[in-house]
Design a protein. Structure first.
Length: 248
């Protein structure tokens, strides 16, 4: 009797992951369509729309998206492990592996790179779409959340461009003008022990995080309340304690 060939578990897992990525991508695109239909009046009615208000909403959403990217990046670099329930395989493992091989992200497809953030923004988008649209404030909130969601969706692709040897010319221009995360600025994060420059959308909020030691103070508060040691699951308890005592 011929030997029964065992299925390739890794290949099955890869196919499953790709299927989930495509489904999340399609779900996010569908939500974008609903958003665009909902905010159409924002552009069509002069009482709702002005160019200056749109610029303010656009820049504000880009700033918030960058802030959120920093907080999320710090969270997944600092707490938990790849085995942490739900978020471990989806978020923590890719961030930790990225420190080992920072160029691997440049081989990811657009869908593979971009869909990692959709798991967090899709539920928020659905909730916001349920807000009754009654005037300029509700339309502005809808537009604000929509743009934040788009920028969060694009963050890992922007992160990918920051690691490419030769990104497209328009991207290089946006990086040099600090509209998108500059490569030289992000390089700081990849200097061990990987505790600086967490924001990866535009990098605008990194000076704020550094100047006010935002993450260091937050880590001390969390440790004081929970007893958890930052990075203990990543670099080991003793090394993590030593790093914490040095103030990173």
């Amino acid at each position: 009797m011929a030997k029964i060939q065992q299925p390739n578990i890794e290949e099955i897992r890869m196919k499953t992951d790709k299927t989930r990525q495509v489904l999340r991508f399609l779900a996010f695109l569908s939500i974008c369509v609903f958003f665009l239909l909902a905010v159409g009046k924002f552009f069509l009615h002069r009482e709702y729309f002005s160019f200056l208000s749109f610029i303010a909403i656009f820049l504000g959403s880009l700033l918030v998206a960058d802030f959120l990217s920093g907080v999320m990046h710090w969270t997944f670099d600092t707490w938990g492990s790849s085995k942490t329930f739900l978020v471990g395989p989806l978020f923590i493992r890719p961030f930790r592996e990225h420190h080992v091989d920072e160029k691997s992200i440049t081989h990811h497809s657009f869908i593979q790179a971009s869909t990692s953030g959709t798991a967090t923004v899709i539920p928020i988008c659905i909730a916001v779409l349920l807000i009754p649209l009654t005037g300029v404030i509700s339309y502005s909130i809808l537009m604000f959340v929509f743009l934040i969601s788009v920028f969060v969706f694009l963050t890992n692709q922007i992160h990918k461009w920051a690691h490419m040897y030769n990104p497209p010319a328009i991207i290089r221009f946006l990086q040099k003008t600090h509209i998108l995360l500059p490569q030289i600025d992000h390089h700081i994060h990849h200097i061990e022990p990987f505790t600086q420059s967490y924001a990866i959308t535009t990098g605008w909020t990194n000076p704020f995080f550094t100047k006010f030691q935002f993450f260091r103070h937050t880590e001390k508060i969390i440790t004081r309340i929970t007893g958890a040691i930052p990075r203990a699951d990543d670099i080991g308890v003793e090394a993590a304690k030593e790093l914490m005592e040095k103030g990173n």
